[in-house]
Design a protein around this ligand. Structure first.
Ligand code: PRT
Ligand code: ZN
Length: 292
């Protein structure tokens, strides 16, 4: 059941954990004004018809699926594990991790196929079960609620299936990764029925536009570069900006400044190429919001 037209929109956010700060920072960065210092169950956004619900991350997929909240910010890993019927609207660029199969360094298990007939400890039984089924493997799934990484040392399991971000937990426990079964990050999810109600869908869309403007801006750099006039055609080809770059004449005859917004992932490559064709004095600025 979606929440009814006219009722305030709700977004569920983890109440205390890894995703809490980046989620709130994202909402604030998108221009939503609210007080979250006390982490009550609910906080009202002052300048948008939206309430923020603070929940355990484990509950968020179901709350959004059941329409108690229209939107949620949660790890994709949990959405997949719960098989929640929600729509993923946008990856949010934080909370990156991988669900990984790992074994003790000294283990004779060398490949995924060697897991047949073995015990695998995990708090992701559903994701692991689907992976084993896809691979046509039969293994015993040992369901744990946490501290999966110590299961092999305790001889509770021969392998583990757990989330990894830096890999330091694996190293500390002398475990080595065998295979990644899911790539995850925090995602914005929506109740599918809410997306079918025009008035709710329209408000969800407005929030999405604000979030995307911020996310795109975070992935973009604004660069200004000085160059001799004759290098402009070549530099223009190098700049993958929104439209063509802005070209401004400099006081020094024969010189111009080029301004353009470029994607962060191509930044260094582009700067090197610009310098190679005569560009100098590269100035780089962060972008606050970007609406294409
Ligand atoms: O109380 P609540 O249920 O709300 O919180 P929680 O303890 O269940 O969740 P929390 O805050 O630990 O994680 C929330 C979400 O963060 C997860 O669902 C993932 O989407 C995401 N995330 C990103 C991670 C990690 N990275 C991560 N490294 N969640 C957990 N870990 C754990 C992992 O389980 C392992 O124990 O960190 C350890 C490995 O980390 P590295 O850095 O040593 O590899
Ligand atoms: Zn949790």
């Amino acid at each position: 059941m979606p929440r009814l037209n006219g009722e305030k929109l709700r977004i569920a956010v983890q109440n205390s954990g890894r995703l809490t700060e980046p989620s709130l920072e994202l909402l604030a960065g998108a221009g939503l004004e609210f007080d979250a210092y006390s982490r009550r169950l609910l906080s009202s956004v002052r300048n948008f018809e939206l309430d923020i619900l603070f929940l355990r991350d484990d509950d968020i997929p179901e709350y959004v699926q059941d329409g108690i909240s229209d939107l949620g910010i949660v790890g994709r890993n949990l959405v997949v594990e719960r098989g929640a019927d929600v729509r993923e609207l946008e990856p949010l660029g934080f909370g990156h991790c991988r669900l990984v199969l790992a074994v003790p360094r000294e283990s004779e298990i060398r490949a995924v196929g060697d897991l047949a007939g073995r015990r695998i400890a995990t708090s992701y039984p559903h994701s692991l079960g689907s992976f084993l089924a896809r691979e046509g493997l039969e293994a015993t799934v040992v369901q744990l609620r946490g501290a999966t990484e110590i299961a092999p040392a305790l001889n509770v399991a021969d392998a583990i299936c757990d989330l990894v971000s830096t890999g330091s937990t694996l190293r500390t426990n002398d475990l080595v990764p065998l295979r990644t079964i899911l790539d995850s990050q925090a995602v914005l999810v929506a109740n599918p029925a809410a997306l079918e109600l025009p008035e709710r869908a329209e408000r969800i869309q407005r929030i999405l536009v604000r979030l995307r403007a911020l996310l795109t801006a975070r992935r973009t750099k604004y660069i200004m570069v000085n160059a001799p006039q004759e290098a402009v055609p070549r530099i223009r080809e190098l700049l993958p900006g929104l439209r063509s770059p802005t070209v401004v004449p400099l006081a020094e005859p024969g010189y111009v400044a080029l301004h353009a917004a470029i994607p962060e992932e191509r930044f260094w490559e582009v700067v090197e190429e610009i310098k190679a064709v005569g560009g100098t004095d590269v100035l780089v600025l962060a972008v606050e919001k970007l609406l294409a």
